[in-house]
Design a binder for this molecule. Structure first.
Ligand SMILES: Cc1ncc(C[n+]2csc(CCOP(=O)(O)OP(=O)(O)O)c2C)c(N)n1
Length: 604
């Protein structure tokens, strides 16, 4: 059969169950081929194929609302909901998003990208359906990794107390990006083992019938079996006690079994959790054997060549041998933030707290309060959810937490949900917070060295990569570095490496002073005073939104001292960036060499 003709859930429902394994093979092939060329989330998608097929077979999407947590496992869903023909343009500007997007398809009930939101979303959608009387159900697909996020528990708390038809498919592969962590993960392992224990139960029954023939040894075994069984029965009760029926665990790659259990969950009416066990990377040997490094595959990143994250990892690994207070914290992103090496060399000084950015920040504040030296390495976009923890727990107390804010600025193919263009705004607004932007690896190292003796909240923000290491003047608190001197009245102030690369390229064509504004907070007000005379212009360049960003701070300062100097701000507009390439996102906001040259010429 040509499975390419299965384009919609209606086409799928016409198939016989015996044909579904073939369909799954076909979907896997499409996913592997496309991710190989476009990049994307590989292992998570391969693990979710059967459960997605079974959900579409049983439920009636889009009338029933499917919500994929994180949304990084929704490729099969996309292939089955009218997007197969465009799938080869996955993550491209003219193609389809790597995450569910309601604007892209009516089958995507809600947009996702950040973890642990799906349960709140499903409950809200179920409530809306109930109130509007349309009879729709809400189905959340959530991984065991996403279930480490606090928001998921807030939602479970609410779901258990409502009687709405929310079906939670817990896609448990024992992995987040790295091995999953925490007590809930251990609990799920116990539930998985319960399958084995249920088998023991049958054995026990059989043994009881022949005990008179077996003697004391058998009695001992029997006792042990009963104890195990009691633990299992008790452990199954957690979700039930919260008012959520628990079905499972089931083999998440057995489509027939999944169809049966999803049908039961559908009939049930109230909230149900269906626990399915899957293999991350299923169907591709390299992904199964190394799911961590097959979680996300990046398409080749033209231009920039060096990763900031490995500079961080190397520095902290070395610093931890010199300073026993150093503690590296990640929220399930050890590989992406460069901490993998640290985790192996200093396991006792490393903490993966799971997808729990709020917890991580408050935890770091307390580590610092207790006398340790915590470094929280986190992607800019995921730190967004920790704003109150930064304010209430870190900054009011002034604790020496160092935030290593990775993937700052435009991020490329992951798209709108992952752009790191808000951090300068949400960090600089915090009293007591110092914010630095390294322009290259050498400067990041210098800033980290500075951080070791700096005793207050500090954020160091940088994108994924940089182009080249340059010579630098030593770090001096609150002081900028002039990179190219000029007699010109125009000074380009750069926040970060991308800005500096643009400014230096422009300075080859027009006469301007170029400054590395390595401290975004505090500003180098001495410099601004000295170069902010009448007739002078500052042009700020940053890979952040304009509101609350670097240029905004410079403008605000100049206004506050009634300076005669002008400030032109090059930053992202007040709009979400949906461009799926870094250069495209920068160009869309005019953060380019050519635009900078144009502005300088218009001022001359
Ligand atoms: C708030 C937040 N933090 C971190 C991430 C990065 N991230 C994407 S997927 C993922 C692991 C998710 O694990 P799980 O839910 O078990 O799904 P799996 O990939 O194992 O199928 C992480 C940490 C994110 N998307 N959102």
């Amino acid at each position: 059969m040509d499975y390419g003709t299965v384009k919609t859930p209606q086409d799928l429902k016409r198939l016989d169950i015996s044909q579904l394994d073939g369909l799954c093979d076909y979907l896997r092939g499409r996913i592997i081929d496309t991710v190989e060329s476009n990049g994307g989330h590989l292992a998570s998608n391969l693990g979710a194929v059967e459960l997605t097929v079974a959900l579409h077979y049983v439920f009636d999407c889009p009338h029933d609302k499917f919500v994929f947590d994180v949304g990084h496992q929704a490729y099969a869903h996309k292939l089955l909901t009218g997007r197969g023909d465009r799938f080869d343009r996955l993550r491209k500007n003219d193609g389809i998003s790597g995450f569910p997007l309601p604007d892209e398809s009516e089958y995507d009930a809600f947009g996702t990208g950040h973890a642990s939101t799906s349960l709140s979303v499903a409950l809200g959608l179920a409530e809306a359906s109930a109130r509007l009387g349309d009879g729709g159900r809400a189905i959340a697909v959530i991984g065991d990794g996403a279930l480490t996020g606090g928001l998921a528990y807030e939602a479970l708390n609410a779901i258990g107390s409502e009687r709405l038809p929310v079906v939670i498919v817990l896609n448990d592969n024992n992995m987040s990006i790295s091995k999953n962590v925490g007590a809930m993960s251990k609990y799920l392992t116990r539930l998985r083992l319960s399958k084995k224990y249920l088998r023991i139960k049958t054995e026990i029954k059989r043994a009881v019938s022949i005990i008179p023939l077996l003697g004391d040894g058998a009695l001992h075994l029997l006792d042990k079996g009963k104890r195990l069984l009691k633990r299992v029965v008790l452990s199954n009760k957690m979700f039930e006690a919260m008012g959520i029926s628990y079905y499972g665990p089931f083999d998440g790659h057995n489509v027939g079994e999944l169809i049966e259990v999803f049908s039961q969950a559908k009939r049930k009416g109230g909230p149900v959790i269906v626990h399915v066990m899957t293999d991350k990377g299923k169907g591709l040997r390299s992904a199964v054997t190394d799911p961590e490094h097959s979680h996300g595959i990046s398409s080749s990143d033209a231009g920039a060549t060096h990763d900031f994250s490995s500079v961080l990892g190397d520095f902290l690994t070395d610093a931890a041998t010199r300073d026993k207070r150093v503690t590296a914290v990640t929220a399930a992103m050890a590989i992406g933030t460069g901490l993998e090496k640290f985790s192996l060399s200093h396991p006792d000084m490393f903490k993966d707290v799971g997808i729990a950015e709020e917890h991580a920040v408050t935890y770091c504040a307390a580590l610092a309060a207790g006398g340790l030296k915590p470094y929280f390495a986190v992607y800019s976009t995921f730190l967004q959810r920790s704003f109150d923890q930064l304010l209430h727990d870190v900054c009011i107390g002034g604790y020496a937490v160092t935030l290593c804010v990775d993937r700052a600025g435009a991020v490329g193919a992951d798209g709108v949900t992952h752009q790191g263009v808000f951090d300068l705004s949400y960090l600089t607004v915090l009293p007591n917070m110092t914010v630095m932007c390294p322009t290259d690896g050498a400067e990041l190292r210098a800033m980290l060295e500075f951080s070791l003796t700096y005793d207050a909240p500090l954020a160091i923000r940088y994108p994924k990569s940089y182009t080249v290491d340059r010579e630098h003047t030593p770090i001096e608190y609150g002081k900028w570095e002039t990179v190219r001197e000029s007699k010109s009245d125009i000074t380009v102030l750069c926040a970060g490496g991308r800005a500096l690369d643009i400014a230096l390229a422009a300075a080859d064509r027009v006469d301007v002073r170029v400054v590395n504004a390595r401290f975004v907070k505090p500003l180098d007000v001495g410099f601004l005073r000295e170069h902010g005379k009448k007739g002078c212009t500052f042009i700020t360049v940053e890979d952040n939104v304009a509101h609350g960003g670097f240029g905004c701070a410079v403008t605000e300062y100049l206004n506050s001292v009634n300076s005669a100097a002008r400030c032109v701000v090059l930053a992202h507009a007040d709009a979400f960036i949906d461009d799926r390439s870094v250069d495209g996102a920068l160009a869309a906001s005019g953060i380019t060499k050519d635009n900078l040259i144009k502005i300088v010429k218009s001022l001359e």
